[in-house]
Design a protein around this ligand. Structure first.
Ligand SMILES: Nc1ncnc2c1ncn2[C@@H]1O[C@H](COP(=O)(O)OP(=O)(O)OP(=O)(O)O)[C@@H](O)[C@H]1O
Length: 245
């Protein structure tokens, strides 16, 4: 039983793409300062669910509440103002702009009101936070994929989000980078943020997540601690097929 207040409520959310139901009557709660893992096999609807929370997609049915606000009715920028920020599975930044400018853009659209020199200093601080302080003046197109991911995280942090959505942010990192990434996410939680992450890296799920919601074909098939869900027969079956149960 988690006694921390619920900050995000997903209630009977459905998303249809034509005849395909990508998310099917999904409900779960996220508690304040929790790290919730949204996991499941490829194509199970995880990214779609993240898009429904951030507002990149609108729900076909159901509600998403953030504290007392019905955010599923709001456009993405209003959700950002309310304190939701995200990174994307495939990095999305403005390639000709410098790392610093990309991060400054994140601060402008968020709920922190900053401008001029204050905005620049704030953005530089976020880059330093993710170990990218010395690439501030480089265009993001000149950075490696991993470094672009870090800058994208700095951009999400620039809006000082209370709920941070990380879509496979740790994917493609080598073991050393993975350790640094896990420590960075832990430090973001330690400063009071609530984090929802879509992740396939099991070591990261085990060390970071308080709880996991497991999806398969758009529905929730399990919910619990990483140890509970990763030993659940239905979950093993969904990941590996019938032969492994
Ligand atoms: N914009 C879209 N239009 C049509 N179908 C879509 C769209 N986005 C996702 N889908 C479909 O919805 C289903 C769920 O996709 P989604 O990307 O949410 O899964 P996922 O669990 O994030 O997968 P992965 O782990 O591979 O990233 C898939 O069948 C996918 O093809």
């Amino acid at each position: 039983m988690d006694n921390r207040p619920v900050v995000l409520e997903v209630r009977h959310v459905t998303k249809r793409f034509g005849g395909l139901i990508a998310v099917n009557d999904l409900s779960f709660d996220v508690h304040h300062n929790e790290v919730l893992g949204l996991i499941g096999p490829n194509g199970s609807g995880k990214t779609t669910m993240m898009n429904l929370i951030s507002g990149a997609l609108s729900v076909s049915g159901g509600d998403i509440m953030m504290n007392d606000l019905l955010i599923s009715d709001l456009p993405p920028r209003k959700r950002a103002r309310a304190g939701v920020a995200r990174t994307f599975q495939l990095v999305r930044m403005l390639p000709s702009m410098t790392a610093l400018e990309n991060v400054m853009a994140g601060a402008v659209f968020g709920h922190k009101k900053l401008w001029g020199r204050g905005l620049q200093v704030h953005a530089q601080r976020q880059l330093e936070r993710v170990g990218m302080g010395d690439v501030a003046q480089r265009p993001t197109s000149a950075l490696t994929y991993i470094d672009q991911k870090r800058v994208e995280l700095a951009r999400a942090l620039a809006s000082d989000p209370s709920i941070l959505l990380l879509d496979e942010w740790l994917a493609g990192l080598n073991p050393t980078e993975l350790q640094v990434g896990i420590e960075l996410i832990t430090s973001l939680r330690d400063e009071g943020r609530t984090i929802i992450l879509v992740e396939h890296v099991m070591d990261a799920i085990r060390s970071l997540c308080d709880r996991c919601v497991v999806m398969s074909s758009g529905v929730k098939i399990a919910e619990g601690t990483p140890t509970e869900v990763l030993s659940d027969k239905g979950v093993i079956q969904a990941y590996l097929g019938d032969d492994h149960v």
